[in-house]
Design a protein around this ligand. Structure first.
Ligand SMILES: [Cu+2]
Length: 258
């Protein structure tokens, strides 16, 4: 498809930034900031230069090439300057669109991106429910209000909801996904180093919305492996589906956080 073609070109050309979402979004931010500033400086600078050059002062002689109101500027002859500025703007805008699109496709296609990097991913299901977040690990282990992940590993989240619309987001890791009943939304992130973050709900979902948080604990991979190996204890009531009404005990993890 059209999008895939751009994605393929962007990949081959090696222009699309790789890495965690933090790295990618930072790169987009800087490219736009630097280019925007550059264009702004050129445009405003040229405007000020002309304002000064054609300023009103005593004893000024009328310059022959002074632009007049309602007249197309012809500096450089036959509107060449005008065409040049159109061409440069078009090249900048089209390049930005293609580059950003290629970059965002990498962000939006977690599985493609992972496969292209030949990476292993950790898949975790996230279930939103008024007003808690529940996490289901591949071995069925379930936690509430606490997500543990290894550092420097691609984590794929499959997000859904048991009741109303929610939205799961971890701002520091630039990950965010809708949690919609009956649907799943995929997102991914890579936490570069161990630390603690807070996940919030980003869709007004009721009176407890503002308190609908979860702690994201990024662990050293070895520590995580150890924790995970001991964490199959409460692989109780099935994986995911069907446990709609029962909030599953507020934190069934029961001190297994060695
Ligand atoms: Cu919510």
């Amino acid at each position: 498809m059209y999008g895939e073609a751009i994605y393929a070109i962007a990949q081959v050309s090696d222009l699309v930034p790789r890495g965690s979402r933090v790295v990618i979004f930072r790169e987009i931010y800087w490219v736009f900031l630097v280019l925007g500033t550059l264009v702004g400086v050129v445009v405003v600078g040229y405007m000020l230069y002309n304002a000064y050059r054609y300023r009103e002062y005593d004893g000024r002689e009328e310059a022959a090439d002074r632009p007049r109101l309602g007249e197309l500027p012809t500096g450089g002859g036959k509107g060449r300057k005008l065409f040049l500025s159109f061409a440069i703007s078009a090249v900048i805008v089209v390049s930005l669109i293609v580059w950003t699109y290629g970059t965002l496709l990498f962000i939006e296609q977690p599985s493609t991106a992972a496969a292209s990097e030949g990476e292993e991913t950790l898949e975790i299901q996230v279930v939103g429910r008024q007003f808690i977040w529940q996490f289901v690990y591949p071995n069925g282990h379930t936690t509430t209000g606490e997500l543990r992940v290894p550092a420097d590993t691609r984590v794929t989240l499959t997000v859904t909801s048991d009741d109303v619309f929610h939205n799961f987001g971890i701002p520091e890791l630039r990950a965010k996904a809708d949690a919609i009943p009956g649907q799943t939304t995929e997102t991914w992130f890579v936490a570069e180093r161990p630390g603690e973050y807070t996940a919030h709900c980003y869709e007004l979902c009721g009176t407890g919305h503002s308190e609908m948080k979860a702690t994201v604990i990024v662990m050293e991979p070895d520590d995580y492996e150890r924790w995970y190996a001991n964490a199959s204890g409460n692989a109780t009531n099935g994986t995911g589906g069907g446990n709609a009404t029962r909030p599953n005990g507020s934190n069934a993890t029961g001190g297994s956080n060695a």
